[in-house]
Ligand binder design. Sequence first.
Ligand SMILES: [Zn+2]
Length: 161
Amino acid sequence: MISKLRIGHGYDIHRLKHGGGKLVVAGVVVSDQLAAVAHSDGDVVYHSIVDAILGAMGWGDIGEHFPDTDPQWRGAESVRFVNEVCARIKQEHFHVQSLDVTLLLQQPKIRPFKQQMLENVQSHFPKAIVNIKAGTNEGVDAVGRGEAIAAHAVALLAADT
Ligand SMILES: [Zn+2]
């Protein structure tokens, strides 16, 4: 019998450019001094969540589903990818049961934005336990030097039954 539970992992990283723009994380603008280098808004939390869900379903990755070569997705707000993937799992009679995200970013401090991030993510997954952890990379590697922003996500999906 095929399991009614499915688990997936997502990872995303974007280079950061300094000197203006806006940095969007889980749909929240956290800086107007930094911006992610990306075709979309470069929202690493949403991208890693989408990849975790696609992974759980055995559906490949975000680049295959939302290619930046497709005018439909180029420059798209990442919330659209989340909405789309939620609609697709619903069609398959699955839902997200728990979602755990680790955001890695040296600057700015995420604490003031965390509640809004949590609420934004939770709004897409009413049946899920959602958790967001945020850390710096302790000054180590590209993330630690403030050159990049990254996120990991793990999603557990269950059949609606
Ligand atoms: Zn991304």
